[in-house]
Design a protein around this ligand. Structure first.
Ligand SMILES: Cc1ncc(COP(=O)(O)O)c(C=O)c1O
Length: 387
C-alpha cells in the first residue's frame, strides 16, 4: 500500500526531538523555529509531559464519554484558571477543524440562524463548514460549497457594519483568527475585534475566536483575541494544547447552554489526551511560558526589524512573519538544508516563525545569526551569477 500523496515533502526524516531541537536519521541536529506547525508549545518531549502521559497510560488510556472522566474536570479547572475564562464551559474534541465545526454548529443551535461571517485569507480547517469558511477555493470540494458563508475584508470596519446592517438578524456567527496564520501572519486590529463584539451583541450573533494557531499563550496572552480586551462567546483551540498529542476543544460562554446530544465525539476528552493537555498547562504555568513568549517575541521581532533585507516584519509573541523579497526567494530552503533550521511559510512569500514557547534567547540568537548569514550567502551567489 502507498500513502495518499497530499503533502509536498522535504526529504528529511526526524528520529528524535528535545526542546527546540530535532535530529534526523543521520544524527544531524535541526533548530525548530516552526514548532512542527505551531503545535510544539512547551518543547518537544518535555520530561513532565512524557511522564504524565506514561503514568496515565499505565492506568487507563481510553473509556468513552458515557462515564464520568474526572481528569476532564481537572483539565477544565486548570484551563479556566490559566485562560482567565473560569465561567466558560469546556467541550473536548480532537482537531482544529473539529473544534471550529462544533463552534459554528453550536452557534447555529444557539440562535437558530444560518449565516456565517468569515474573512479574506481566513483558514479554519479542511472539513465541512470549517473549509466553507476558509478563504481558499482550491480546498473547497463541491459538496462543501454553501451560500451561508459571507467573506468580508479583514480589519475593514465599514464592511462589517454594512454586512450586519444588511443581514443583521440572519447572522449566526462571526469567526475570526486573532492572528491569521495560514493567511500570512495578519493581526486583527483591537478595534476590529471590539466592533465584532459590539455588532454580535447588537444583532444576537455569536463571536467565535479561532485560536487554533494563535491561542494557548503563543501571542503572549492566553488567547490572542484577549489583546483587544473583549471576550468572545466561543474560543476554539487545538495545536499547542497537547504539544503534539492530538487534543482540541472549545470554550463556551455561560449564556450558551448545553443539551444532551447537542455535540459529541468518541475520542474527544479521552484520559490520555487530557493527561497530555494538563501537562502542557502545568508546564506553561511552572515555566511562565506566556511571559517568555511575550518577551522573547518582542526581542525577536525587533531584531528582525533591523535586518534590512526583510520586509514588513510583524507578529505578536512567538507568532511572527516577514515578507521575503523576490531576490531572496530561496531563503526558507537555504535555512533548512544549509543551516539546519525549520521555519514555516505562507504563500506567496512569507516566512512564518512559530517556535516552542520555551525557545531560549541563545536559540533565538543562533537563528538570527544563521538568518543573516543565509541572506549574505544568497546575495553573494546572485552577484557571482551577475559577474
Ligand atoms: C487558525 C486555524 N484554524 C483551524 C485549523 C485546522 O486545524 P487542524 O489541522 O487541527 O484541523 C488550523 C490549522 O492549521 C488553523 O491554523
Amino acid at each position: 500500500m502507498t500513502l495518499f500523496d497530499v503533502y509536498p515533502l522535504n526529504n528529511i526524516s526526524i528520529k528524535k526531538a528535545k526542546g527546540s531541537y530535532v535530529w534526523d536519521e543521520n544524527g544531524v541536529q535541526y533548530l525548530d523555529m516552526y514548532g512542527g506547525h505551531a503545535v510544539i508549545s512547551i518543547g518537544h518531549t518535555h520530561s513532565h509531559w512524557v511522564k504524565r502521559i506514561e503514568d496515565q497510560l499505565e492506568k487507563i488510556a481510553f473509556y468513552s464519554n458515557s462515564i464520568i472522566i474526572p481528569i476532564q474536570q481537572e483539565l477544565a479547572a486548570k484551563l479556566g484558571k490559566l485562560s482567565g475564562k473560569e465561567s466558560y464551559q469546556l467541550f473536548l474534541c480532537n482537531s482544529g477543524a473539529e473544534a471550529n465545526e462544533n463552534a459554528l454548529k453550536l452557534a447555529s443551535f444557539y440562535n437558530g440562524r444560518k449565516k456565517i461571517i468569515a474573512f479574506h485569507k481566513a483558514f479554519h480547517g479542511r472539513t465541512s463548514l470549517a473549509v466553507a469558511a476558509t478563504d481558499n477555493k482550491a480546498i473547497v470540494a463541491p459538496v462543501n460549497e454553501t451560500e451561508n458563508v459571507i467573506f468580508l475584508p479583514f480589519n475593514e470596519e465599514a464592511a462589517l457594519k454594512e454586512c450586519f446592517a444588511k443581514y443583521g438578524h440572519e447572522i449566526s456567527s462571526v469567526i475570526i483568527e486573532g492572528i491569521q496564520g495560514v493567511g500570512g501572519i495578519n493581526i486583527a486590529n483591537d478595534s476590529f475585534l471590539q466592533l465584532i463584539r459590539q455588532q454580535c451583541d447588537t444583532y444576537g450573533a455569536v463571536y467565535i475566536a479561532d485560536s487554533v494557531q494563535c491561542g494557548y499563550g503563543r501571542s503572549g496572552q492566553f488567547f490572542s483575541h484577549d489583546h483587544a480586551g473583549v471576550n468572545a462567546d466561543i474560543y476554539t483551540m487545538a495545536k499547542g494544547m497537547g504539544n503534539g498529542f492530538p487534543v482540541a476543544g472549545i470554550l463556551i460562554a455561560p449564556q450558551i447552554q448545553a443539551k444532551h446530544g447537542m455535540l459529541g465525539t468518541t475520542f474527544g476528552g479521552n484520559q490520555l489526551a487530557c493527561a497530555a493537555a494538563l501537562a502542557v498547562l502545568e508546564v506553561m504555568e511552572e515555566e511562565q511560558l506566556m511571559k517568555a513568549a511575550e518577551e522573547n517575541g518582542k526581542y525577536l521581532i525587533s531584531r528582525l526589524q533591523s535586518i534590512e533585507s526583510l520586509q514588513n516584519v510583524r507578529g505578536r509573541g512567538l507568532m511572527i512573519g516577514f515578507d521575503v523579497p523576490e531576490e531572496l526567494k530561496g531563503l526558507k530552503k537555504k535555512l533548512l538544508f544549509d543551516f539546519k533550521i525549520f521555519t514555516g511559510e505562507a504563500k506567496p512569500n512569507v516566512i512564518r516563525l512559530l517556535p516552542s514557547l520555551a525557545v531560549s534567547r541563545k536559540q533565538i540568537d543562533d537563528f538570527l545569526s544563521s538568518l543573516e548569514e543565509a541572506i549574505s550567502e544568497i546575495k553573494a551567489e546572485i552577484s557571482m551569477v551577475k559577474a
